[in-house]
Structures are given as structure tokens and as C-alpha cells.
Design a protein around this ligand. Structure first.
Ligand SMILES: Cc1ncc(COP(=O)(O)O)c(C=O)c1O
Ligand SMILES: [Zn+2]
Length: 414
């Protein structure tokens, strides 16, 4: 039998899943985020390499033994996870790095990494008897939750900044969510969502608050391990907003280590935009970690977070595992969208390309050699935000429908 408990990151108190819904009652929503802890004996006895395949038709549910949900319970009918991990010889050759693997998580059903968390949120909601879920989101968790709810016949209430990219807002409407576009920041939308959602007794799919979400996200790390046949990369790059995705990569690898399936953690690198670097600020201040909230702005809307809700976990896991953080500018993010697309064929939204920008920054500092193996997680598809790359692309000029003029245009262009 799968056994797990929930442990407060702040006071260390442990709870049975039946005792607590979201966060530690003593430490509150911000400091009292909970982590899921499996019984080490269960992990060692049950989790075996041969249970997992490189591409499973089950998607993330192939890792069910490592997820805190009821065995053989209800699962949403969309294929989540199972995203490709490309070995980009092109990029590795160009940069003189041993191996560069690109995890293309924009290939999920609603085109972002967030589907991994939403799938678990929806499964958990049904397990607990809820028929309505809510979330606040910069856009991707929102479109993800609305898509998974649509597929599952559940209702969703979504609090998003009205300034989110059109594609993400459109997804919400198309999926039939109840959309509340807030004329304010993501941080404001988050606080409002909590006040209304909990009062209405809807199930909360908010990052950090709901401890089960990170467990869904950690399947990204598990897939990388399986896809590389358990020979883990030296570095894994992930972009950071609230800090849940970053923490989930640590957690995935830590669980594998606890289960004795791997013996060494990769160096996980969290990448933030310079204008939205609140997690890094908290980390740099040192222990005991406290929030360092700011007013955030970045071209990478998904990680434009000033009041990161999972900062404590992100900081503690990074410290405990000797991880790294790096900041990148908006300019570096935009350039990275183009370079990544032109060398690998993977079109990332700004927050996805941020991970690549972080890698490039450390590459310029000379951190990697021709034997270093690197994985870069692309968390969202580029079609989610077409305005961002257009900021630096030349605008297209119309050519008359005339053979000579077209030939002339081709010549002038090349
Ligand atoms: C595309 C993308 N990348 C990265 C992140 C960062 O995730 P987290 O907020 O868990 O740090 C998000 C979150 O919205 C996202 O949508
Ligand atoms: Zn506590």
C-alpha cells in the first residue's frame, strides 16, 4: 500500500492526508507549504526501473506508484506528459557542449508543462468529491486547468490578469471556463482567488497551496530519467515564477534517489527574469529564508511573479542540493526564443526560452565542457504568445502577386 504524509517545510510538523487539505494550519499559506513524503521502505521496495518505459501510452500515469493519488482511481481522459526529449546535436556541436537535451513540454494537451499538475489536481478533486475547481494563474495553469476540467466534465473558475497573452485568454473561453480577468497583477489575482475560492468550497489548484500539484509536475524529472535510461544529465535548467516547477524537479530526482534508482542528483538551475527575481532575492539573503516580494515585470509573462508562493521550497531544495540560480534579461529571453527555434525547431514561449537563456548565460561563463550533459526544460509552446518574438523580428513586407516582383524580393532578401 502506498503510504505518504504531508510535512510542513517551516515547522516540520507531519500530517496524515486526512488531517489537512492545503497548508500547515500553524504556519499559514505562505510559510507553511507542505511537501509529500513517501515511506522510504515503500519507495525502495516498490519503485523499480523496469516499471517505466520511454514513451508510455499512459503518459504521467505510468508513474502512479510515485504519485499521491488513489490507486486505480479516476483519471482525466487527456494524454498528459510523454513529451519528447530531443538530443540536439546541432546545438551541442555549435556550442561545444557534450550533450544538450531539449524537453519539449509545450507538447502537452494545452501546450504547457502545467498540464502535469492540472491532471493530478483534477484526479485529486474527483477523489475528494469536488465538482468545481479554481485557480489563479499567469495564464498557463489557467488554460491547463480549464482544458482538463472540460475533458473531465468539471467546472472551473479562473482568476487571471487581464493582461495575459490573447492566446491563453482565448483558450480559457474556448474550453468554457468561468473566466475572471482581473485588472491587476497575478499576485493580486492570487489573493482574490483564495478569498473567493475557499469560501465557495471549490477545489484549489493554486501553486504551492495545494501540495499535490508539485507531485504532478515532478513527472517531468521522472520522464527525463527514464528517457535517458537513468543516466541523468549533469545540469537541468528550469524557469522560475512561483518556484513550484523548479522544486518539482528537485523532488522528482530526490524521490528517485530515495528509491535507489539513481545515486547522484543533477545540478538543477533555476532561471528567473531580472525584473521578476523575487525567489533569487530571497535565496541570496540566506537562511532562514523570508519572502522578498517585489513588483514584477518581465516579457516572460508566465514567470512575472512578484510574490512567489513556493519560494521557501525552491530556496530550501536548492540549498539542500547545491543547486544554482541565474538571472537573465528580457533581451536575452527574446533572443533565446529565436536561437532555440532556429537551432532545434522547438518554438518556446518566453518563459520556456528563459531556461535556455539561463543555460546560455552559464555557457558564456565557461561552465560546460565537451563532456557535460545538459537538459533544458521548455515549459510552454511559442504559439501561446506571438507578440513577444515580434518585438525583435523584422516586420514582413507584402510582395505583389507578380513573378518578377517575387523573384526580386527573394534576391533582395537573401
Ligand atoms: C511556461 C511556464 N514556465 C515556467 C513557469 C514557472 O513555474 P512556477 O510558477 O511553478 O515557478 C510557468 C508558470 O506559470 C509557466 O507557465
Ligand atoms: Zn508548520
Amino acid at each position: 500500500v502506498k503510504r505518504f504524509l504531508l510535512r510542513c517545510l517551516h515547522c516540520g510538523k507531519e500530517y496524515d492526508p486526512s488531517e489537512v487539505e492545503y497548508t500547515c494550519p500553524h504556519c499559514g499559506d505562505r510559510m507553511g507549504t507542505l511537501e509529500i513524503v513517501y515511506d522510504p521502505d515503500y519507495l525502495k521496495k516498490t519503485i523499480k526501473k523496469e516499471h517505466y518505459e520511454e514513451f508510455s501510452p499512459k503518459g504521467i500515469w505510468q508513474f502512479e506508484e510515485l504519485l499521491p493519488i488513489r490507486e486505480n482511481g479516476w483519471r482525466p481522459p487527456l494524454l498528459v506528459g510523454n513529451t519528447p526529449l530531443y538530443d540536439s546535436t546541432n546545438l551541442a556541436g555549435k556550442l561545444g557542449v557534450g550533450k544538450i537535451f531539449i524537453k519539449d513540454d509545450g507538447r502537452n494537451p494545452t501546450a504547457s508543462f502545467k498540464d502535469r499538475a492540472s491532471a493530478v489536481a483534477v484526479a485529486k478533486a474527483v477523489e475528494k468529491g469536488y465538482d468545481t475547481l479554481f485557480c489563479a494563474s499567469t495564464g498557463n495553469a489557467a488554460s491547463s486547468l480549464s482544458g482538463l476540467c472540460a475533458a473531465s466534465g468539471l467546472e472551473s473558475y479562473i482568476f487571471v490578469p487581464a493582461s495575459a497573452p490573447t492566446a491563453k485568454l482565448t483558450q480559457l473561453q474556448v474550453y468554457g471556463a468561468n473566466v475572471i480577468p482581473i485588472d491587476g497583477s497575478y499576485d493580486e489575482a492570487f489573493d482574490i482567488s483564495m478569498k473567493i475560492g475557499l469560501k465557495e468550497n471549490w477545489y484549489c489548484r493554486n501553486s504551492a497551496i495545494n501540495p499535490y500539484l508539485l507531485e504532478g509536475k515532478k513527472t517531468g524529472a521522472l520522464e527525463i530519467a527514464v528517457q535517458l535510461n537513468w543516466k541523468l544529465p549533469d545540469f537541468v535548467f528550469v524557469s522560475v515564477g512561483d518556484g513550484t516547477v523548479l522544486s518539482s524537479f528537485y523532488k522528482g530526482f530526490m524521490d528517485l534517489k530515495e528509491a535507489k534508482l539513481i545515486d547522484k542528483m543533477p545540478t538543477v538551475v533555476g532561471v528567473q527574469a531580472e525584473g521578476a527575481d523575487a525567489v533569487i532575492r530571497a535565496y541570496e539573503k540566506g537562511e532562514p529564508f523570508e519572502p522578498e516580494d517585489i513588483s514584477a515585470f518581465s516579457v516572460a509573462d508566465s514567470i512575472s511573479v512578484g510574490k512567489p508562493r513556493d519560494f521557501l521550497k525552491a530556496c530550501l531544495y536548492t540549498k539542500r542540493n547545491n543547486g544554482l540560480f541565474v538571472r537573465v534579461s528580457d533581451e536575452e529571453i527574446l533572443d533565446s526564443i529565436i536561437e532555440l527555434a532556429r537551432t532545434t525547431g522547438v518554438f518556446a514561449e518566453p518563459a520556456g526560452a528563459t531556461a535556455f537563456a539561463g543555460f546560455k548565460k552559464l555557457h558564456r561563463k565557461g561552465l560546460f565542457t565537451d563532456s557535460t550533459r545538459v537538459a533544458i526544460v521548455i515549459t510552454g509552446n511559442g504559439l501561446k504568445d506571438l507578440k513577444a518574438p515580434l518585438k525583435i523580428l523584422k516586420s514582413l513586407k507584402k510582395v505583389p502577386a507578380n513573378l518578377d516582383r517575387v523573384r526580386e524580393a527573394i534576391k533582395n532578401d537573401s
